[in-house]
Design a protein around this ligand. Structure first.
Ligand code: RM4
Ligand code: MN
Ligand code: MN
Length: 426
């Protein structure tokens, strides 16, 4: 199904008046602080987040997978789902493909379909955490780090194949996330595993087109529970440096041990010009892949503060590849993604209204109380009207979730695709 933009514009009329009152109030509040609301709205309108092709279906828990109706069974249908999200929010203008879950059969028609929804192809993701059909070597004991040279070669070749697929679609970056590690002490030689990984990544890097970037993701544990080869940002940073200037670290919010200061990691990487990609989600314990902002919204705001600071002050750092990396086991994925996109823009807007000059002065005066006041004043400002205004100005939905529900989109998709369609993914 394709959403008619005019339909959204018409439905907006029902709440436009209420919205206008709220927006005017917010704009005056901000004006009193010397902030131009329109300039924030402009930045919100430009912010685009890639939707991963594996997030449109039901995610599997470790113990089961609970389907819901109308899941997209083909890549075309996944693009249609992102098209719905983009029409409603104007924030989902990109897709990130996982290979081999989503290898296009007909490149031209896939490109046409994406273009019809105004969607571009962002980073392509390789997958060496599962054995693929028709491959000789197993990744049970690792891929790029495997002691078996043939398994390493196969994994390197897979990454090169993924680059070639991405080239045909207009992608400009490859994301590598490895499940490699060990579950028991003594199982692996740490140094060999790290060296193998470094050499393998350098091989992949050699095949990277000139205008491409390589993103190296890290994660402390899972699926291995004793050690992970690329366990933290430092290891990723070291490997990115070993590869070269087009290799970067990728931060996934769920890939940290509880209470890690992620905002400080962001600041360090951006200062060094080495933060390349960013995966949004939320978590209580680990790689929980929950809706963005659902558990720790203040932490998200503090992270955005560093991202905004870096985007404004670190020209040495490239533009970031933003993506939502979430899994939807309980909610309708489209509703969940609408909530995530909203939470991202809210945190971004809150970070944009921090008075950086005043904060700097307070820091210099060593006035800790005032520093906290400045941050929390921004966090406690209701910026939702700015986010809504950014959507209204883009002919997207003032309230995307309400329109999604009022149009019964899930029911329409079930009618189109059936109750039992299954999306590829985990
Ligand atoms: C991993 C990691 C990767 C994603 C896979 C599906 O935990 O976050 O980015 O590609 O999950
Ligand atoms: Mn991720
Ligand atoms: Mn993850």
């Amino acid at each position: 199904m394709t959403l008619d933009k005019q339909h959204i514009v018409d439905l907006n009329k029902n709440i436009e008046k209420t919205h206008r009152t709220q927006y005017d109030f917010t704009a005056i509040q901000l004006q009193n602080k010397g902030i131009d609301a329109q300039s924030i709205v402009k930045k919100l309108k430009a912010f685009q987040v890639a939707i991963p092709s594996w997030a449109l279906g039901a995610g599997g828990t470790r113990f089961g997978r609970f389907s819901f109706g109308g899941e997209p069974a083909t890549l075309e249908q996944k693009l249609d789902d992102i098209g719905i999200l983009h029409a409603l929010t104007n924030t989902a203008g990109a897709v990130s493909l996982h290979i081999p879950w989503d290898i296009p059969e007909d490149y031209d028609s896939i490109k046409e379909k994406a273009a019809s929804h105004n969607i571009v192809f962002d980073a392509v993701n390789s997958n060496t955490f599962q054995d693929q059909a028709n491959t000789k070597e197993s990744y049970k004991f690792g891929s790029l780090s495997n002691q078996n040279e043939r398994a390493r070669e196969q994994a390197i070749q897979h990454n090169i194949d993924v680059i070639r697929i991405g080239e045909k679609l207009g992608s400009k970056s490859l994301t590598v996330w490895l499940a490699d590690g060990s579950s028991f002490p003594g199982q692996n030689n740490f140094q060999n595993a790290l060296l193998n990984t470094q050499n393998s990544l350098k091989e992949i890097y050699k095949s990277l087109p000139e205008d491409w970037k390589l993103f190296i993701e890290y994660k402390p544990y899972e699926p291995n529970f004793y050690s992970t080869v690329i366990q933290d940002w430092g290891t990723s940073f070291m490997l990115a440096n070993a590869c070269g200037e087009r290799a970067f670290t990728l931060v996934d919010l769920g890939h940290h041990l509880p209470n890690t200061n992620i905002e400080q990691i962001v600041a360090t990487l951006m200062l060094k010009g080495k933060l390349g990609g960013f995966h949004f989600n939320d978590s209580k314990y680990g790689d929980d892949d929950l809706t963005v902002g659902s558990v720790k919204p203040y932490a998200l705001f503090l992270i955005f503060n560093e991202l905004v600071y870096g985007m404004e002050n670190n020209p040495q750092n490239p533009d970031l590849a933003w993506m939502i990396d979430a899994s939807h086991n309980v909610k309708d994925p489209l509703e969940d993604l609408i909530q995530s996109l909203d939470a991202i823009l809210i945190a971004y807007a809150q970070a944009l209204i921090i008075d950086q000059k005043k904060l700097r002065q307070a820091q210099e005066a060593q006035d800790t109380v005032l520093c906290q006041e400045i941050l929390q004043d921004a966090y406690r400002t209701d910026v939702r009207a700015l986010v809504r205004e950014s959507r209204l100005q883009s002919n997207a939905a003032i309230d995307p979730l309400a329109i999604y529900r009022s149009l019964n989109i899930r029911e329409v998709l079930i009618k189109e695709r059936g109750k039992n369609s299954i999306a590829s993914g985990l």
